[in-house]
Design a protein around this ligand. Structure first.
Ligand code: ATP
Ligand code: MG
Length: 137
């Protein structure tokens, strides 16, 4: 059993697809083990995306992530890191496969509606960034 962090980004919350995203997770055998809605400060978004701080899109990305509320979740299941990224689709929505969340709902490479951890070590850091052990059920 593996865990990963998903975030429904501010553009997903604005499009009112929280239920649709969760429905796809559950329909694919993924269990939601923790969930909350938060509105990040710029500092909190910068801390979350610290690995990208040298990237040209860092400032814009962190502005976007604190532009409205988002929904971080801990997802649990077999091979859930890869399974979640498969459901998400490619970072660039123009390259995302049909039927993926980004194909259906993303509007730019930045506003791509969901985040998903990409490996076990980043998943552990990202889960701990938003949730303590008492909040994961
Ligand atoms: P995420 O980490 O959000 O799950 P990802 O792993 O597919 O997505 P990363 O390369 O980690 O993509 O980039 C993190 C986020 O930064 C992307 O999801 C997107 O919102 C934004 N981003 C990535 N590349 C660009 C770019 N070239 N221009 C603008 N924003 C970008
Ligand atoms: Mg990433």
């Amino acid at each position: 059993m593996e865990r990963t962090l998903s975030i429904i980004k501010p553009d997903g919350v604005k499009q009112a697809v929280i239920g649709e995203v969760i429905k796809r997770f559950e329909a694919n055998g993924i269990r939601v083990a923790a969930m909350k809605m938060i509105h990040m400060t710029k500092e909190q978004a910068q801390g979350f995306y610290a690995v990208h701080k040298e990237r040209p899109f860092f400032d814009s990305l962190t502005d976007f992530m604190c532009s409205g509320p988002c929904v971080p979740m801990v997802l649990e299941g077999d091979d859930v890191i890869a399974k979640n990224r498969e459901l998400m689709g490619a970072t660039n929505y123009k390259e995302a496969a049909e039927g993926t969340l980004r194909f259906d709902f993303a509007s730019s490479i930045e506003s791509n509606i969901v985040h998903g951890s990409d490996a076990p070590d980043t998943a552990a850091f990202e889960i701990g960034y938003f949730f303590n052990s008492f909040e994961i059920v």
